[in-house]
Write a protein of this length. Structure first.
Length: 148
């Protein structure tokens, strides 16, 4: 039996990833049966391997940051998004009116992180966010980035 002294830190820092590793491990245990089992400690080590990969893998997603006016709210949101996701390529910080006037300029965006509802003109995924960019907002962006 291996003891993982980092397990609590792993659960805090990579909780969602750890939960997914546990979930998949339990599915494998059911398929393969006894005595094949992965302990939480071992799952923690496995989580670190995946975490390393995700940390190193650069984001290829392009994002638009948008609000109603394109001024204060979107500027604040831009700072918070860039801080949370430094590898995310923010292609523009714009107003809803700019987007609706010239959608072709932003056709290569994968994500639209916006404080207002907008109908994407291309394949972009809309992520509604508050200007404060809450933990829930961040989680939605994380899920969108991971969705490849």
């Amino acid at each position: 039996m291996v003891v993982n002294k980092l397990l609590q830190d792993i659960k805090v820092e990579y909780g969602d990833l750890f939960s997914r590793v546990i979930e998949i491990s339990r599915q494998l245990e059911k398929r393969l049966g006894e005595p094949w089992q992965i302990s939480d400690d071992e799952a923690g080590f496995i989580t670190l391997y995946f975490a390393k990969y995700f940390e190193e893998a650069p984001s290829t997603k392009k994002a638009l940051i948008m609000c109603a006016s394109g001024v204060g709210t979107s500027k604040l949101l831009n700072v918070k998004v860039r801080k949370a996701f430094p590898d995310l390529q923010v292609v523009a910080v714009i107003s809803l009116a700019d987007y609706e006037r010239h959608p072709e300029k932003y056709a290569d965006a994968d994500l639209i992180i916006s404080t207002v509802k907008v109908k994407p003109v291309n394949h972009a995924q809309l992520i509604l966010s508050s200007a404060m960019f809450t933990k829930a907002d961040r989680k939605r962006v994380e899920e969108a980035i991971a969705d490849d």
